[in-house]
Design a protein around this ligand. Sequence first.
Ligand SMILES: Cc1cc2nc3c(=O)[nH]c(=O)nc-3n(C[C@H](O)[C@H](O)[C@H](O)COP(=O)(O)O)c2cc1C
Length: 149
Amino acid sequence: MAKALIVFGSETGNTKAGADLIAQVLEGKGVTVEIQDVREVNADVLSRPYDLAILGVSTWGAIDEEVQQDFESFYDGMADIDLHGRRMAVFGSGDQGYDKFAKAVDFVEQRARKQGAEVVTTSLKYHLHPKDSAERVKAWAEKLATKLQ
Ligand SMILES: Cc1cc2nc3c(=O)[nH]c(=O)nc-3n(C[C@H](O)[C@H](O)[C@H](O)COP(=O)(O)O)c2cc1C
């Protein structure tokens, strides 16, 4: 059975809600999912033998590679990890009212690629709570599940 890791950083719960929804879809497809709050892990967790690591990060300011505050040390730690051979995907909540919508997702995706990871699908960005984008979020998770077959 495929194993996926989801690590999320979430200030007000919007990215966490996405993580929960994605986990629910993957589990429904028979994937074993471990969800971790980014405050509880460091980037070394990405070296463990998951079939897919999914990173969820929200955006609080979009300058100088800014990521959600709890995610900062994990993001810094990613720079020291060889991710060749690792399969990853990235998602996160933002607010479409900002010029740079959900930019932290791009920063994390770029870092994953730079460290050698294969990013298996286009990163997912949604506005605020995923309830208004639930179908799109679920479709994204279903696409991830197909990558694990
Ligand atoms: C001070 C502040 C700055 C923010 N900056 C951005 C931004 O630059 N781009 C964006 O898309 N959203 C921005 N947001 C919106 C958050 O990303 C959005 O509320 C998101 O849903 C929070 O997700 P979380 O609860 O998972 O942390 C900002 C919010 C606050 C309060």
